[in-house]
Design a protein around this ligand. Structure first.
Ligand code: GLN
Length: 199
């Protein structure tokens, strides 16, 4: 199994270190050629407008979608969640995204006063609370059919999955807890029916 972390802007190093700690082969993806051999890709947190612009400049949009059509799994954290959504609200007009998941994501949704916070989350499949680190986080405002909600906070969806794609509004790479990374590897990348499944 080989995973990549899109390394254009944002918190990509933290994901790479965590995958390394889990003993997984992991690559910093800076050019679209790096996508070729990947079973899974993480689009990290950071600034979704900046990451999106760099994805455009380096020609990542179509190649990522093509690799997904052949079964590559993708996980977006925070800004990465914005970039996987079919629809984005609360941000710049006409923000381009990968449109891999049938969800509407609201940018910076938790508002100024609670810009950044931590909360214990009950994440589906983890068997115990997970400390969610939220930094100017989005929430998932609407989910389409076929999208599974994995976690909620204060009545808002903060983690979801559709086939071989997953999004979390929080940052599991900033905690020492590897359970969400394992969940991605074991249940999303490693799902027996991952190939051919598309969001
Ligand atoms: N607010 C950022 C955005 O919408 C996301 C913040 C983050 O990734 N921590 O792009």
């Amino acid at each position: 199994m080989r995973v990549g972390v899109l390394a254009l802007q944002g918190a990509f190093r933290e994901h790479i270190l965590l995958f390394e700690a889990l003993g997984v082969e992991v690559e910093a993806v800076r050019l679209r050629d790096h996508l070729a051999e990947l079973d899974g890709l993480v689009v990290p947190g950071g600034e979704s407008t900046a990451i999106g612009k760099l994805m455009d400049t380096y020609g990542f949009y179509e190649p990522i979608r093509e690799r997904c059509a052949d079964g590559m799994a993708v996980w977006g954290t925070c800004a990465g969640a914005v970039l996987l959504a079919k629809k984005v609200v609360g941000g710049v007009a006409d923000q381009r995204t990968l449109e891999l998941m049938d969800v509407t994501v609201r940018r910076n949704a938790f508002g100024r006063q609670v810009d950044s916070f931590e909360a214990d989350l009950d994440v589906e499949g983890l068997g115990g609370p997970f400390r969610g680190v939220f930094i100017r986080a989005p929430w998932i405002e609407e989910v389409g059919e076929g999208v599974d909600v994995l976690a909620e906070h204060d009545g808002h969806v903060v983690a979801a999955r559709q086939g071989s794609h997953m999004i979390t509004a929080f940052h599991p790479e900033l905690t020492g807890d590897t359970r969400v990374h394992r969940l991605f590897l074991d249940q999303v990348v490693g799902a027996p029916d991952a190939a051919g499944m598309q969001g």
